[in-house]
Design a protein around this ligand. Structure first.
Ligand code: LLP
Length: 421
């Protein structure tokens, strides 16, 4: 499904004429599509089933987009959650995700967060994805204090190098994430770690926006190898998230389909684990971007033009505080004018923030744009609103959802000065 198309020279997103939305709501705003979100989740889950993955549990990575309405939609389809904070845990629960479908990742879980996660229900959460032995010791102490038993999954650092931006690569020794195989194995049987905790799973997550799956395959094979070496009756193997999307047109050709990805996961697990063991652990996934990136766009208005000799700036009302991927990672995001025109003028699309990096794209070919014209930044559903800030004391923007019945729903009100001052 193409998310954005022109119909009679006007841009349409998920069957909705964007201009008509912008007539009712003030820009800038995020616009999401329930239909695309639902399709993305379904194709991920069904893809896992079709490839023969054992009892897949899809734990949506809440950091990519923790909007309550969007998470509720995923919860109603059976999604679990991958969380990294007490805030995300509370949000997952209020959105209807059962505690036994929640995995808790992150290198800096606090004692307060651990205590809450242990006592949130009779059995606590599905698992703590542990990133250091000190963390494990603390979780074990907390479980003792609360007379509970902690369900533990080690996040393994498989020491692989995926091809992605260095800021979102996580599977090597130099990264703060995960535990090395030798530390995982050395911890087993030591009561400071295990008197009130049980090892139930093993996980890997080697990075994000992965388009080349060689390192993923290697990491899963290493995961299997270490899982066998633990000789523990593991309930699940967690293959993490990280599957990329095509932000740039050139990435379309390299984009792994869900089918390709799931076949790699299933075959690697089969060859390296199931064929060598009597155990039949289920498989946990932690996708964020692949589920939600393409389900959202960011709609902005042109404020004015500015020409400095041969540099043509188009100044828009959205800024890096609203969407920071281009300024933080130099990430490419497509941009389309809502009114189709002859795109032949190279311009820099910049926001109002007082930073040179507040630029959504340089030398983009655009039709002539004037004050009030609408411009769409594509593929902003993941790591968009969730990474935004109030920098420059700007209010956070509106989030809107196009429901399946084509009606709009405000799913997060914009902040105004009352909220800020
Ligand atoms: N699991 C764990 C343990 C993670 O750390 C992450 C992402 C995910 C799952 C989900 O990864 P995904 O399927 O979304 O790639 N802000 C960056 C991305 C940071 C990803 C952090 N961890 C960006 O905008 O590209």
């Amino acid at each position: 499904m193409s998310e954005l198309t022109y119909k009679k020279k006007k841009l349409v997103f998920s069957k909705t004429d964007i201009e008509s939305v912008a007539k009712k709501y003030k820009t800038p705003f995020f616009l999401y599509s329930e239909e695309i979100l639902v399709n993305n989740y379904q194709s991920f889950y069904e893809g896992a089933k079709a490839a023969g993955v054992r009892k897949p549990l899809v734990c949506f990575a809440m950091k990519s987009n923790p909007n309550k309405e969007l998470v509720s939609i995923l919860a109603s389809m059976g999604s679990g959650a991958d969380i990294v904070s007490g805030g995300e845990l509370r949000r997952a629960l209020e959105a209807g995700i059962p505690s036994d479908k929640i995995v808790f990742s992150g290198v800096g879980k606090t004692e307060e967060e651990i205590l809450y996660a242990l006592t949130v229900s009779k059995k606590g959460i599905y698992s703590f994805n542990v990133e250091s032995l000190e963390e494990l010791e603390l979780i074990n102490k907390c479980a003792k204090k609360t007379k509970t038993n902690a369900r533990i999954c080690f996040r393994l650092n498989p020491v692989v190098k995926p091809k992605t931006h260095k800021f979102i690569s996580t599977g090597n020794k130099t990264h703060k994430f995960g535990l090395l195989e030798k530390d995982v194995l050395a911890s087993l049987g030591k009561s400071i770690y295990w008197s009130h905790s049980t090892l139930v799973g093993l996980s890997v997550h080697i990075g994000s926006q992965l388009l080349d799956l060689k390192a993923t395959k290697r990491a899963i094979a290493i995961l299997c190898d270490v899982a066998l070496k633990t000789k523990m009756p593991l309930e699940f193997l967690d293959v993490g998230g990280g599957l990329g999307v095509d932000y740039h047109p050139d990435e379309k050709k390299r984009l792994p389909s869900i089918e390709t990805y799931m076949n790699i996961v299933a075959a690697t697990l089969d060859r390296n684990f199931y064929q060598k063991s009597d155990l039949k652990p289920r498989v946990v996934f932690e996708p964020g971007r692949r589920i939600v990136a393409k389900a959202g766009i960011f709609v902005m208005s042109v404020l004015r033009n500015k020409v400095s000799e041969n540099n043509h700036f188009v100044i828009v009302d959205g800024g890096m505080n609203d969407f920071m991927r281009p300024s933080l990672y130099d990430a490419y995001h497509g941009m389309l004018p809502v009114h189709q025109g002859l795109a032949k003028h190279p311009c820099h699309i910049v926001g109002p923030i007082c930073e040179t990096s507040d630029c959504f794209g340089s030398n983009r070919l655009m039709p002539k744009l004037k004050s009030g014209d609408l411009l769409v930044l594509q593929d902003t559903g993941a790591y968009g609103f969730s990474m935004g800030s109030n920098y420059n004391l700007r209010g956070r923007p509106l989030e809107l959802l196009i429901k399946k019945n084509q009606k709009f729903k405000t799913i997060n009100k914009p902040q105004d000065y009352k909220d800020l001052l």
